[in-house]
Structures are given as C-alpha cells and as structure tokens.
Design a protein around this ligand. Sequence first.
Ligand code: ADP
Ligand code: MG
Length: 312
Amino acid sequence: SVLADQIAAGEVVERPASVVKELVENAVDAHSTQIDITVEEAGLQRISVVDDGDGIADEDAEMAFKRHATSKITNRRDLFRIKSLGFRGEALPSIASVADVTLTTSTGSVGTLIHNVGGIIKEHTAAEARKGTTVTVKDLFGNVPARLKYLKSPATELARITDIVNRLALSYPNIAFSLVHNGRELTRTAGRGDLQQVIAGIYGVQNARKMVAINGQNQDFQVKGYVSLPELTRASRQYISLLLNGRYIHNFQLSKALVAGYGSKLMVGRYPVAVLDITMDPLLVDVNVHPTKQEVRISQEPELTKLIQETV
Ligand code: ADP
Ligand code: MG
C-alpha cells in the first residue's frame, strides 16, 4: 500500500542525497558505464539520473515500483558476496510514495515510460528506445511536508549529494559519472578505471598530483589507495574514503587508524584527503543491519587497523 511505502520511505529516503544514492546504486547494478546526475535546488525541485545500463523490460517495469517484489537476498552475509547493491526492493516504491517520479527505460528494443505520483501509477506508455534508464524525481516530500522540516539548508543537502556521488565515483572508477547542480558541473569522472583520474575529477587535477599511492598487505588484508601529501590536508575527516572489497563503507576505527598513521597528531585539526581500498575475505565482514548498509564490523579489526596505520 502507499502508506506502507511511505513508512518504508522514512527509513530509506531521509533526504535528497538518499534518493540520489538509491538511484545511482540501481544504475550501477544495471551494469551502466555512464551515469549522469542532474539536480535542481539541492534535489528538492528535481533529481534526474540517466544511465546506459540494462534497462527494464516493459512487462517488469511496473513491478519495480512494488515493495519487496524484487528482494534478492536471504542472508546478511550474502551482502558482501553478491555483486548487486540493491537487496531490499524498496527504494523505488519508497521514493515514488513521497514524490513525483518518471521512469523511462529500455532494454534496447521498445521503450517504456511510467509516471508515478505519490505511489500511484498515473501513466504507462511507450517511450524512446535508447538502451538504459532515466529516473526523474520531482517535488520530493511535497506530499509529506513534515519531512521537509528535518532537512538542513540547501547548501548542506547539496554537500551530502556531492559526497555520495563522489564516494560512488571513487568506488566505481570504471563508470563515468557526472554531477550537475543548477547547471553547474560539480564532478566529472572518465570511467577509465584509473583511480587517480577519478580523484582528479572530484578534487581537481592540481590536488590529484598531491596524492601518493600506498600499498600494504598481511595474511588477511590488502590495503591500497592514495593519501595526500601534507601540503594537501583538510579541516575535516570527510575527505577520507574507505572502500571495502570495492564498496564504500563507514568505520570510525579504520579512519582513525589512517589518521594516526598519517601523523595528524602533529597537525592538530588537519586531515589528509585519502582513498583506501581494503580487500579481504568477505566472511570476515559482519554487515550491520542499518538499512543504508554502510556501517560494517570486521573481525580481526585490530589487525587491520595496525596494517592501515603502518601502511600509511
Ligand atoms: P532493489 O535495487 O533493492 O532491487 P529498487 O526499488 O531500488 O530495489 O529497484 C527495483 C528494481 O527496479 C530493481 O531490482 C531493478 O530490477 C529495477 N531497476 C531500478 N532502477 C533500475 C535501473 N536504473 N536500471 C535497470 N533496472 C532498474
Ligand atoms: Mg535499489
């Protein structure tokens, strides 16, 4: 029901950045090589994600708006083994229940357009047949004004969008990403698999030159990535990105280890720009139940923090 979708939306769609995250993750799951994100007024007016992925067959397109209809996972441990990011089958229905959503999609032959307003399908027609999917979300939270009150300033909401796009771009260097806000390009990556180019596309070419490659391993873990030279530090930790088996994660102990290894104690309040990709046996990862599934626990964490600190 629409009400159940709206309740689920409370968990999945907190703010414009969550919409961007879910739509881009779907595009990644669909094997896209290019993902273009356009945002107006920090996402409250419009969010549009265009991909060149697999598309959805016309007969499956309405199902995509049904909650749990697409759930693919039974075991939490599967999370880090499966390739796809989606597993709950509730992002699209949740978003549609609190917005005006137009989905245009094609697997390459015929194309489909579905217009869903507040969780109800208003239109299902033929559309252009370019392979891929475009999802446009307008008037987010227009029908649940209470949610709008929880949002921060447009600048803060936009920063969250930028943050999530940049993290996804870092996680998928083989996919070309672009992010445009109110006509201004904020991020553009080439999708050629070169992490240093991705860093340049996000933090600028000058900054990318100040990044040093690091690499370390022990029996259970490999850590590799880039850490900025001391001349490129920032006033917050938010420029530290951790990837675990190629996926973006949050883990305070691990970023603390990176900062400790960097010697930030000597530079009070300064933190490096860093991208660290950790490779490990998926069985050693304990994925937290939080629906955004970015908060992870790792057995042998002390061993890993030691490796990170020493490598940096
Ligand atoms: P989940 O990603 O958890 O499966 P979603 O609600 O995010 O659930 O998406 C529902 C379904 O719609 C997906 O499983 C997928 O089959 C389809 N879908 C959504 N977005 C896209 C896209 N950009 N390209 C291809 N298929 C998509
Ligand atoms: Mg999804």
